[in-house]
Design a protein around this ligand. Structure first.
Ligand SMILES: Cc1cc2nc3c(=O)[nH]c(=O)nc-3n(C[C@H](O)[C@H](O)[C@H](O)COP(=O)(O)OP(=O)(O)OC[C@H]3O[C@@H](n4cnc5c(N)ncnc54)[C@H](O)[C@@H]3O)c2cc1C
Length: 511
């Protein structure tokens, strides 16, 4: 099977970015596998699992293909930032996830500058949840399966072809499967992206860092004093007590390698000796990992019936802990739009708003990680900028801006002219039934009407309605998309109907 991009959707429909070279492959029918699935997702990492669950909320037939036979064994601790915690709350997952993590303060993540977050951050979930990545992946996979997604492990996507009806996906063992759409959630080295021929421009790694958890052989006070001394000149360096005698260790690597396999304990000992003059008696590692500062962004997120999400679309250094969060949020943005396309009610350009909204967010994350990496440099210039920024972060607005960036609660999609709230996410406000996010578990739109005069009319199969004059809002009514972003603000029924059409297509009772 060849691997170039083939789209049978008219190129003029594709309103985002440059139109690719289109290889038209008209339906020929007979020799194709039956179209059993609506969507095939390549990769069951956090992005793929979240997307599968979001699609299942709309009864989309989903198959997730994961090349690994077993869930990942490396225990990388990641942080779920505020916006991701809000997404989990919106789908009723937060209590389950919270049991497996540790709440930490939300501040101090921008370039590891230790400033506490402003006390009045506008979220009911204003903290970071530290949690092992395999646990998140397992919980999201379980959630997707509970909702009816099929997950097949040990199946690597090796090729595909698109035509006017769907995508034929070929597995590494030659098996062919068909679906209407394919989404590459297959990580930074994405096979789907490469086969699509989508460019992935950016910068290769300039530095590499070793990261792991292990036990130490010297007292904590001795470590703390030495670490404070080293951090004067080496920023990506720490040994922090993590759990019952286990330390989290971060140390610059000897050089940049392109090795996919984890480093060894000897690599850590060697680098600790080189930088600190002692290896702190490290031993008994729990897990060891390396990361670089490669920074790349896919030129397009969609070519016809094939889309990209998560690390397959963007990679950047882990500083600030944003990658998994960004991928899960991509999935949250894409899920309801792709479901609408499959259910047949999507307005013509809805699916393309995925790239239009999410690619600029990724661009911004790439930029903030570039800036943070500079601020970690031990060169005198960047160190001076770091000192200056540290001073500036004493100004509440500066600190707030950076925290809202890292935690993704500051995102405002461009929905056109309107009040500042338009395009932003609505926090989890109090409503008469309890809390707003408790009403969003089914992934539908919601009209929150304080006037008690409006109606969602023919859109009631896609949009819920809540009349609540007591809701803590300072506008009369808001229309929320299934991802919790504010799609309309006002009190006029005709204007509302126009916006319902814009986001939710034609009403059910109209042809
Ligand atoms: C050291 C380190 C620390 C990090 N810390 C944080 C943090 O604190 N917070 C944060 O938000 N992010 C963090 N990240 C980033 C985070 O780990 C990634 O952004 C996240 O894993 C991306 O999820 P994904 O599902 O898009 O891709 P992945 O997690 O890479 O998942 C892709 C999946 O696709 C599968 N796959 C690949 N090819 C194929 C194929 N051909 N067919 C089928 N399946 C395939 C893979 O086996 C894998 O399961 C960190 C990263 C590193 C390296």
């Amino acid at each position: 099977m060849h691997s170039q991009q083939v789209t049978a959707e008219p190129p003029s429909n594709d309103t985002v970015g440059e139109v690719p070279r289109v290889l038209w492959s008209p339906a020929s029918g007979a020799d194709r596998a039956p179209l059993i699935f609506d969507v095939i997702i390549a990769g069951c990492g956090p992005t793929g699992a979240m997307l599968a669950a979001e699609l299942r909320l709309h009864n989309v037939r989903v198959l997730v293909l994961e090349k690994e036979t077993e869930p990942k064994s490396f225990v990388r601790i990641v942080g779920l930032h505020i916006r991701s915690l809000e997404l989990m709350a919106m789908r009723g997952l937060l209590d389950r996830i919270r049991q497996h993590g540790r709440q930490r303060p939300a501040g101090g993540f921008f370039a590891a500058i230790p400033k506490p977050a402003p006390k009045d951050l506008d979220s009911a979930y204003a903290y970071l949840l530290g949690i092992p990545q395999p646990v998140i992946e397992q919980l999201l996979e379980e959630h997707a399966i509970e909702l009816g997604a099929q997950v097949r492990r040990g199946c690597a996507v090796a090729g595909f072809e698109q035509d006017d009806e769907g995508v034929t996906v070929e597995l590494a063992d030659g098996e062919q499967l068909r679906s209407r759409y394919l989404v590459g959630c297959d990580g930074g080295r994405s096979t789907v992206r490469k086969l699509l021929g989508v460019g992935f421009p950016g910068e290769p790694s300039r530095t590499e860092t070793l990261m792991g958890e292990m036990e130490v052989g010297v007292p904590q006070e001795e470590i703390a004093a030495k670490v404070a001394e080293i951090r004067e000149t080496h920023q990506p360096f720490w040994l922090r007590p993590f759990d019952e005698g286990v330390y989290s260790v971060v140390v610059p690597a000897a050089g940049v390698s392109d090795r996919a396999e984890p480093p060894t304990l000897e690599d850590f000992q060697q680098q600790l000796r080189t930088i600190a003059g002692t290896d702190f008696g490290v031993h008994s590692p729990r897990w060891l990992s390396r990361f670089g500062d490669t920074t790349r962004l896919a030129e397009r997120y969609r070519v016809g019936r094939v889309l990209l999400a998560g690390d397959a679309a963007h990679i950047h250094p882990p500083i600030g802990g944003q990658g998994l969060n960004l991928g899960v949020q991509d999935a949250f943005n894409l899920g309801w739009k792709l479901a609408a396309q499959i259910r047949g009610w999507a307005p013509e350009t809805l699916l393309d708003t995925y790239q239009a909204e999410r690619r600029p967010v990724a661009e911004d994350v790439l930029d903030n990680t570039r800036a943070q990496m500079e601020l970690l440099s031990t060169e005198p210039g960047p160190q001076a900028v770091r000192r200056l920024l540290t001073e500036l972060m004493d100004f509440d607005e500066v600190n707030r801006h950076l925290i809202e960036k890292i935690t993704a609660i500051g995102i405002r999609y461009d929905f056109g002219e309107g009040p500042d709230l338009l395009g932003r996410r609505l926090p989890d406000i109090d409503v008469k039934q309890g809390n707003l996010y408790g009403l969003l578990h089914h992934g539908r739109g919601l009209l929150l009407d304080r006037t008690e005069r409006l109606t969602v009319g023919g859109w009631s199969d896609r949009v819920d309605y809540l009349a609540d004059p007591t809701a803590t809002l300072d506008v009369p009514c808001v229309l929320l998309r299934p991802d919790g972003h504010v799609a309309w603000i006002g009190d006029d029924q005709q204007d509302l109907n126009d916006h319902l059409s814009r986001w939710f297509g034609k009403p059910a009772n109209r042809p």
